[in-house]
Design a protein around this ligand. Structure first.
Ligand code: UGA
Length: 439
């Protein structure tokens, strides 16, 4: 919404939320999320044509176009628990829009939703016969955290799904007109609503599948003495495959990939497509396996016991350049290490607050230290979990000197100079490459 307001001064954009604290933060100096470049944009246009408010009714009444971006977590109760999307917030929003609206509205689905949600929405919106017309569009968001501003400024594509009635097409054109303020016309594509809803799930499933594919091969590389970086270079140079999004990791995290695949799996099972469901479920299974494997590598390398050993986790965010820790592999890894009775020191430049909340109540000794030198001092091992650029620039000689010997480093993102670390004296365990050890 900030980007729309920024690029289109002729539109007034009001962001409403039920959470007064959040809105207060959006109106303050300290925005509630860390996202490179967002501060500057919000601060430049807040009060000009971008407003934040808790007055939801007024927001609905005054607007001609409503983007619905409420959360759709995985359902944790009843039918479909653990798989299906929990649509209660979505439905409540639809009812509120219906009850408050007294003029025609275009409703834009921004949240990622199961296919056919627009149809349900339409039924709710038109269920009180007060004569108000609604047009529903699907306009999934493809930005990634950490690069959100760039992704919004130069999107690969903007997708708008509409019904092909006269008013549906008119609504679609209104939304196209907004994006056309900064997005080239050939990047704005249209489709029917269901294709648009499904495309979002399929895009995320594909991306997650790439990561699980590479991660599965890290296991094979470690057994066969092949090197995953060399394999990726060779495979990625095939223009049909492409070289992006092939970085081996401790596993993917974030609020979207797992949730969206579970949703897709649920949808397939609902339609009786169990082979298709199993296929995509495999992407999640490999991801769980990869996180578990990282912990087991640590355990095996460190003489099969971690009890009482001090391990420093480098990075708690689910990826670099964000403070977001939702579904972060670091959470799983920290919990597993705590089960092994290791002592943990968590360091992260942006996610320590969230880490403290996530690990609250976990049994064991856990400390949180932002400075990586201080955090790793006195530790037996370092586990690199988030690919923060800063970790590659550290003085590892200094770090090594302050650690307990033998010192171990497990690079779950392959971002460090392994040979150099080995020369310094570390026992180095990269992903998908032979380990370099002095033992
Ligand atoms: C993802 C998609 O990339 C966006 O296109 C989509 O809009 C978004 O979900 C969403 O549905 O809202 P995001 O979760 O923010 O974006 O971040 P990604 O860059 O996709 O990273 C997801 C996870 O995969 C992270 O844990 C990241 O570290 C990991 N990853 C990514 C890898 O392990 N290897 C890679 O090569 C790339």
């Amino acid at each position: 919404m900030a980007m729309i307001a920024y690029e289109c001064p002729q539109y007034k954009v009001t962001v409403v939320d039920i959470n007064p604290e959040r809105i207060a933060q959006w109106n303050s100096k300290n925005l509630p999320v860390y996202e490179p470049g967002l501060d500057e944009i919000v601060k430049a246009i807040r009060g000009r044509n971008l407003f934040f408010s808790t007055d939801i009714e007024k927001g609905i009444k005054e607007s001609q176009i409503i983007f619905v971006s409420v959360n759709t977590p995985v359902k944790d109760f009843g039918a479909g628990a653990g798989m299906a999307a929990d649509l209660q917030y979505w439905e409540k929003t639809a009812r509120q829009i219906r009850d408050v609206s007294d003029s025609h509205k275009i409703i834009v689905e921004k949240s990622t939703l199961p296919v056919k949600t627009a149809q349900t929405m339409k039924r709710i919106l038109t269920s009180n016969n007060n004569g108000v017309q609604f047009d529903i569009l699907s306009n999934p968001e493809f930005l990634a955290e950490g690069t959100a501003i760039k992704d919004l400024e130069e999107p690969d594509r903007v997708l708008i799904g509409s019904s092909d009635t006269l008013s549906g097409l008119r609504a679609r054109d209104e939304l196209i007109a907004i994006y056309a303020n900064w997005v080239p016309q050939d990047r704005i594509i249209t489709s029917n609503i269901w294709s648009s809803e499904l495309s979002k799930l399929v895009a995320n499933a594909f991306l997650a599948q790439r990561i699980s594919s590479i991660n599965s091969f890290t296991a094979l590389c470690e057994k066969s003495d092949a090197d995953i970086t060399e394999v990726v270079r060779a495979v990625g140079m095939d223009s049909r495959v492409g070289d992006k999004f092939l970085n081996a990791s401790v596993g993917f995290g974030g609020s979207c990939f797992k949730k969206d695949i579970l949703n897709l799996v649920y949808l397939c099972r609902h339609y009786g497509l169990s082979q298709v469901a199993d296929y995509w479920e495999g992407v999640i299974r490999i991801n769980e396996y990869q996180k578990q494997r990282f912990v087991l590598t640590m355990l095996n390398a460190m003489f099969n016991t971690l009890a009482g050993k001090r391990i420093c986790i480098f990075g708690f965010a689910f990826k670099a350049n964000t403070g977001d820790t939702r579904e972060s592999p670091a959470m799983f890894i920290a919990k597993r290490l705590a089960e092994e009775k290791a002592e943990l020191v968590i360091t992260d430049p942006k996610a320590l607050q969230n880490a403290m909340i996530d690990l609250d109540g976990i049994e064991g000794k856990i400390s949180y230290i932002e400075d990586p030198y201080e955090a790793s001092a006195g530790c037996d091992a370092i586990g690199v979990v988030t690919e923060w650029g800063l970790y590659a620039t550290l003085d590892f000689r200094r770090i090594y000197q302050a650690m307990v010997k033998p010192a171990f480093i497990f690079d779950g993102r392959n971002i460090l100079d392994h040979k150099k670390l080995f020369e310094i004296g570390f026992n180095v365990f990269p992903l998908g490459k032979p380990p370099l050890t002095h033992l």
